[in-house]
Ligand binder design. Structure first.
Ligand SMILES: O=C(O)C1=C[C@@H](OP(=O)(O)O)[C@@H](O)[C@H](O)C1
Ligand SMILES: C=C(OP(=O)(O)O)C(=O)O
Length: 407
């Protein structure tokens, strides 16, 4: 489904209820599979979470997790430690290009039995679950934090727990801290100091229910809308002032665009101070890679030059997000320079019209570009991709008077 999208409204106002964080949900679901007395509320309704739930319930051999990166990585560790079970984990065409070798190697040094069905280092993988008694493991931490979270999540179910030694620079650190904090909230003992993570074994978890906070990466599109609008008052729920999600740094980053965040009860209110526009934006997003596309498009819409760094992980996400951003932003007439880990935007005044934005099977390409409809009408291709993390995205955008026409 392609959508023509436009909005001539200058003042935005709406109440939006955003689904639970997919990162928190997918961690808690793995923990719940290992310790069934754990209860979870406000689970994400994203495709990625549904595919993980389906995989955890499945009794068959072939498990397809489509585009869900966290599900792929978390399930690799989960099934490797599930004694007696044999599965083949596979996914979408792109998933078969997203590397899992570092995680598989780490699990193999712990005694796991995992083999590649096709290409070395990539899904599909065959996993024969075994009892794992290793106490320590080392792995490179600069490619994806998901490998580390995967090991941490299964660690309390191992008879000896696990000490994980991280080598090199650590990327996407808030996601590792989120995993540790959720484990601790569930009653598992663990520490993360320097380059070492230690998780103690647990026989049972506390009988309790953990509530997932709404998704901050999804909130980024409202920050972008507020920044691009003349004035805005957007109420988003349910959020907490102290979040486990690294993308909550949005509230600081968007101050530069005149967007303030007020925390009230269980929601946030975003307001735009009219007439605020930064001269230049410079951000290192190594800790929050998922909001890079949002910020780049906010800057495009406001014709603000920007220089974003810390982006090396973007090349192995749903698509190569650096190449995709360059190709799609340049359709509007601006210029983009990318390296292996940075993006620099040189905006041009006036937008090219009749642009059709390709989305590359990447939910964040569709959602990051959508707020640009406040400045120029354009087309978004395969708009249904949003369901990977935020199935209700377009319905929520219509609440803001966006005109969406299928074409
Ligand atoms: O652990 C998680 O929930 C995630 C970690 C990040 O991946 P990397 O660690 O690969 O950057 C992030 O981009 C992804 O959307 C979700
Ligand atoms: C990178 C993402 O997800 P995953 O790696 O879990 O597919 C994302 O949601 O932006």
């Amino acid at each position: 489904m392609n959508l023509e999208i436009s909005n001539s409204q200058e003042n935005l106002s709406a109440n939006i209820n955003i689904t639970g964080s997919k990162s928190e949900s997918n961690r808690l679901l793995i923990l719940q599979a290992l310790f069934p007395n754990l209860k979870i509320s406000n689970l994400s309704n994203s495709d990625d979470t549904h595919y993980l739930q389906k995989a955890l319930k499945s009794e068959g051999e072939l498990i397809d997790i489509h585009h869900a990166g966290t599900a792929m990585r978390f399930l690799t560790a989960y099934f490797a430690t599930l004694e007696g079970r044999e599965v083949v984990l596979t996914g979408s065409k792109r998933m078969k290009e997203r590397p899992v070798k570092l995680l598989v190697d780490a699990l193999k040094t712990m005694g796991a039995d995992i083999s590649y069905e096709k290409n070395e280092g990539y899904p599909p993988i065959r996993i024969k679950g075994k009892k794992i008694t290793a106490k320590t493991v080392s792995l490179e931490a600069n490619i994806s934090s998901q490998y580390i979270s995967a090991l941490m999540l299964v660690a309390p179910s191992l008879p000896n727990g696990l000490e994980i030694n991280l080598q090199g620079e650590i990327t996407s650190t808030p996601y590792i801290k989120m995993t540790l904090e959720l484990l601790q909230r569930a009653g598992v003992r663990g520490v993360f100091e320097g380059n070492t993570i230690k998780i103690e074994p647990a026989k049972q978890l506390k009988d309790q229910s953990l509530a997932v906070e709404s998704d901050w990466s999804s909130a980024s599109y409202y920050y972008s809308l507020a920044a691009i609008s003349e004035s805005a008052e957007l109420k988003l729920s349910t959020y907490r002032e102290t979040s486990l999600q690294g993308d909550s740094c949005l509230s600081n980053i968007y101050k530069q665009f005149g967007v303030s965040t007020k925390f009230e009860d269980n929601h946030i209110i975003l307001s735009k101070k009219p007439g605020t526009k930064p001269k230049h934006i410079k951000e290192n997003l190594q800790n929050s890679p998922d909001i890079a596309q949002t910020i780049a498009v906010t800057c495009l819409a406001l014709e603000v030059p920007c220089y974003l760094t810390g982006l090396h992980t973007l090349k192995i996400k749903e698509t190569d997000r650096l190449e995709a951003l360059k190709a799609e932003i340049e359709k509007f007439g601006s210029q983009v320079e990318i390296t292996q880990d940075s993006l620099e935007l040189f905006p041009k005044k006036d937008f090219e019209e009749n642009v059709s934005v390709a989305t590359y099977n990447d939910h964040r390409m569709a959602m990051a570009f959508a707020p640009l409809g406040l400045k120029v009408p354009f087309k978004i291709e395969d708009a249904e991709v949003v369901s990977k993390s935020y199935p209700g995205f377009w319905e929520d955008f219509e609440k803001l008077n966006f005109k969406l026409r299928k074409c």
